[in-house]
Design a protein around this ligand. Sequence first.
Ligand code: T4K
Length: 380
Amino acid sequence: MKINKPILVTHPYMPPKETVMKYLDSLWETRWLTNNGPLVQELEKKLKDKLSVDDIVVFANGHLALDSAFRIYGFKEGSEVITTPYTFVSTVNAIEMNGLKPVFCDIKESDCTIDENMIEALITDKTVAICPVHVYGFPCNTEKIEEIAKRHNLKVIYDSAHAFGVRLNGQGIASFGDMSMFSMHATKVFHTVEGGAVAFSQKDLRDKLKTQKNFGLKDKEDAQVAAFNAKMSEMHAAVGLANLESFDKQVNKRKELVNRYIENIEKINGGCKNSKITLFDFNRENVEYNYAYFPVLINDGLGVSRDVLAERLWSEKKINARKYFSPLISDMTFYKKKYGESNTPIAKDISERVLTLPMFYELTLEEVDYITESIKEISR
Ligand code: T4K
């Protein structure tokens, strides 16, 4: 197969222009462009239904949404938050920039989420919260995490950046924990170009989150806290409303692509499961996946290292596979200098073998075949 443009790891879904215009048209009438306008309110209402959550507040981006979730609790400086180093740097930055100390827990090889059995050993009298990440949209063990949090009186703030639309045991993924942050960045399954949201159940959190994203102002005139501007504009909300209309269609297409990848990679592995390339489980009966990413682990049996494979996929085949997530956050300059290396051997091993293959709505089955054929060819 010949390709005429590079295949990127992801490509934003573009809703039909007419659908976006359907929402945008009203702005030329009302001139109401931001500051909790009608489209933002409509988006919050629709997201609440789509995600089956009690309440949700949207933000300018996922990072500020997560930062706000920590900020409104006003944890004492130096308090500890247990998270993992296997994530995007935003997760740990949100903890650090709130004056809190990230404490790194290892992850499970099966799905790259926090190893719930290792959390308790990390709890000290300074621990105030757990921030687990539903990496690639794979759900953490919410039941065990909540049980631990309850026993030790800790808050649970999920980084659900990847998990928009995921369900666990029939429940929306954000119905677990105290708060869950979704990223609605252009590269996500559901996007508002830039955008984020915090979902929650406890009633008083709505006012606090809304104050936090609006300079700390309550009722226009009085600052209750010193805060930033993290409001979503009406333009962004319009894109979100338009994208929401095709979310299910998108997920179905992604499922087809994932199944084709799995079928092809099983052939590369021959009869020996995961011998050359480890596949993750997309078939848990109690999970409704969103197929946000397609990660694999490159094993010695493939005969080519992950780094060489990634480099040659790009230079020879114009396929942009990315190492989400490598390096570990604890190995990044700032965090390594401040806290030293983390004792998280599974996360380290996975970060050295992981490759996320292209996954987006417009990708074709033929392109998936081209990608897996290219991997086969390079590894020969
Ligand atoms: N927590 C977690 C676990 C996260 O993964 C993220 C974000 C956050 C928190 C924070 O949420 P936000 O504040 O972002 O809402 C990307 C995204 O920028 C970032 O949102 C995402 N995680 C992270 C995993 O990936 P980069 O630096 O890898 O993006 P970039 O520019 O290399 O783009 C990736 C691919 O997408 C490229 O192949 C090009 C393509 N692309 C990208 C953009 C922006 C396009 O085709 N069009 C585009 O407009 O971070």
